[in-house]
Design a protein around this ligand. Sequence first.
Ligand code: TMP
Length: 249
Amino acid sequence: MDIVSDTLLYEGKAKKVFATADPGVVRVAYKDDATAFNGLKRGQIQGKGAINNQMSNLLFAYLQEHGVPTHFIEQVSERETLVRKVRIIPVEVVVRNLAAGSFSKRLGVAEGTDLPQALVEFYYKNDELGDPLITDDHAVILGLAEREELEQLRSLALRIDHLLVSKFSDCGLLLVDFKVEFGRTPDGEIVLADEISPDTCRLWDSETRKKLDKDRFRQDLGDVEDAYQEVFARVKLACAQLPREGRSV
Ligand code: TMP
């Protein structure tokens, strides 16, 4: 397969997407660029592209093994991966286990408060509008997704949450919340796309509750690179271990 095509199809804030010789496959290249607050804060996190690519691939492979369909095909280098070409559904799906971020701010709930059940939220993926929080009715009326598809996104998101909470717990990490995106394949299948990384998850050390994710960049907490490396090292270790016999996730 020709993976060295240089036809740039799309450049986002953290990744570039290139065509390949196979029209059903694209090559994603992760950048070290970091943005926050819808691009208002800009910077670089050295080594982030390589970490996010490899960590995301380990987690996508793990989710795939446990029945979650994903776009992941094959890692081709530290920073690059081949994935199925999909049309991204413009709905960002956020799952929260503990209060933090915009949930804490909007609803006045102290950061770190346990939620009695996992919360799934939908945001309209639209930078010009600042990715506003939407209801199912908004998504249907705006033509972003059908009602049955939203139900599918919600149940996939909860299954992903369950699997990730378990995997991160093996890493001594608390999964506070995360954002995922889904895409439609040419034959209409909905698959997990984009990435799962410290850019898109809030991850705290289970013991100390130290923040080990992009909040260190957003909030100028320092040690940003160290946090990404620490998380990647722990995930690599947890994903290299054979599943324990009889253990259900
Ligand atoms: P929030 O608390 O700012 O709404 O973020 C919820 C989760 O979504 C958090 O884990 C960070 C992630 N996230 C993204 O991946 N991209 C974004 O643009 C935003 C705003 C949040």
